[in-house]
Design a protein around this ligand. Structure first.
Ligand SMILES: *Cc1c(COP(=O)(O)O)cnc(C)c1O
Length: 369
């Protein structure tokens, strides 16, 4: 049996008529850059997150970058995040002229360890960015309490956590602002690049809206130096059409995750991810831990099962950040899990038969010497 890691075509086929209608509306009204279809999506997505405002931008990376700029981050500032994220989290900080400061993660949730946070704070710390990795929120109450004590803003990297919940509240609405990516493979994916920032802070939303459009609030009157980070009209329309399905897609992801967790519970060779008591996980990624990760990945590949690794090299060990001088051993938990985590196929169109085939193949291979 062949099981791809992801199948965007299956999802497109299921909603093709609807999405094509939406795209045609944009084409016939020529609302290509920003405009009514982006505004409609912003309203819908803000409501989905339980936030007052959403500002559509060109990518998740831009969402992080502009939100940091709007929070006043600049040269000489420090922004605390985790080393086990997609590089964009750190890039956004660096692009503001600030310095990423890493805090190691909790071994069970793979998210920021709040017990290590306070000692990373200095007089230069401006913002903390917890990353809701794989679709599960970080331990936000603990992080927010420390941030409030020090008067530091909290920006959620919710790029993998559309619709995830923390104690019943949606990701993105927990901190000062939350950033989302609509990269095609995310739980809510555009048909191209897109992202957005959600917030309850009207001033912050206004500032990001201005920054995404060359720092202008009125055409050709530029109050600050901004950028072109507008969302395409076509992406707004596609995202509106797809948002209606997000809750049900997330529910199917969760049922696949429960299936994996049940079938792999007694397999000592792999450790399944755990849903934390505070969380409603949306399983953007379903990553199991194995001390024989490479062998398992190759064995599954021979059985037609495509797995991936998120992420093989923690950010502090990337060449791009080598000048920081943080070598191996700096963040032991993040380093250890980056050697052991293997992401199994996870997407709503996966079937129960495929999940049980994958688990059978894991069990069969785990018995080999
Ligand atoms: C995808 C992702 C981003 C970046 O989003 P893009 O839309 O690809 O720019 C940032 N952070 C995390 C954790 C991500 O998974």
């Amino acid at each position: 049996m062949k099981v791809p890691f992801l199948n965007l075509k299956a999802q497109y086929d299921a909603i093709a008529d609807e999405v094509e209608q939406s795209i045609k509306q944009v084409l016939s009204s020529c609302a290509f850059s920003g405009g009514p279809y982006v505004e409609k999506f912003e309203e819908e997505f803000a409501e989905f997150c339980g936030s007052r405002w959403a500002v559509g931008v060109g990518s998740g990376t831009e969402a992080l970058w502009l939100a940091l700029l709007a929070l006043g981050v600049g040269t000489g500032d420090e922004v605390i995040t985790v080393p086990n994220s997609f590089i964009a989290t750190a890039e956004a900080i660096t692009l503001c002229g600030a310095r990423p400061v890493f805090v190691d993660i909790d071994e069970t949730s793979f998210t920021m360890n709040p017990a290590l946070l306070a000692r990373a704070i200095t007089m230069h710390t401006k913002v903390i960015i917890p990353v809701h990795l794989y679709g599960q929120t970080a331990d936000m109450d603990a992080i927010l309490a420390i941030a409030r004590d020090h008067g530091i803003s909290v920006l959620e990297d919710a790029c993998q956590a559309h619709g995830a919940e923390y104690k019943g509240r949606r990701s993105g609405s927990l901190g000062d602002a939350g950033c989302f990516s609509f990269y095609p493979g995310k739980n809510l994916g555009a048909y191209g690049e897109a992202g957005c920032v959600v917030t309850n802070d009207e001033r912050l939303a206004g500032s990001i809206r201005m920054l995404r459009d060359h720092g202008q609030s009125r055409k050709y009157h530029h109050q600050v130096v901004g950028m072109n980070c507008r969302m395409d009209g076509i992406q707004g329309a596609v995202l509106s059409a797809k948002l209606k399905y997000l809750d049900s897609w997330n529910a199917v992801r969760r049922s696949h995750a429960f299936c994996y967790q049940e079938l792999l519970a007694d397999v000592p060779a792999v450790t399944v991810p755990k849903e934390m008591p505070y969380a409603r996980h949306v399983y953007h990624v379903f990553a199991v831990r194995s001390s024989e990760r490479e062998g398992l990945k190759q064995a599954l590949s021979r059985s037609g099962i495509e797995c991936r690794v998120h992420y093989p090299v923690p950010i502090h060990l990337q060449q791009a950040y080598a000048a920081r001088g943080e070598g191996a051993g700096s963040f032991p938990v993040a380093e250890q899990v980056s050697d052991e985590l293997l992401s199994l196929p996870m997407f709503p169109e996966l079937t129960v038969e495929q999940v049980s085939y994958i688990c059978d193949e894991i069990k069969r291979n785990a018995q080999l010497p």
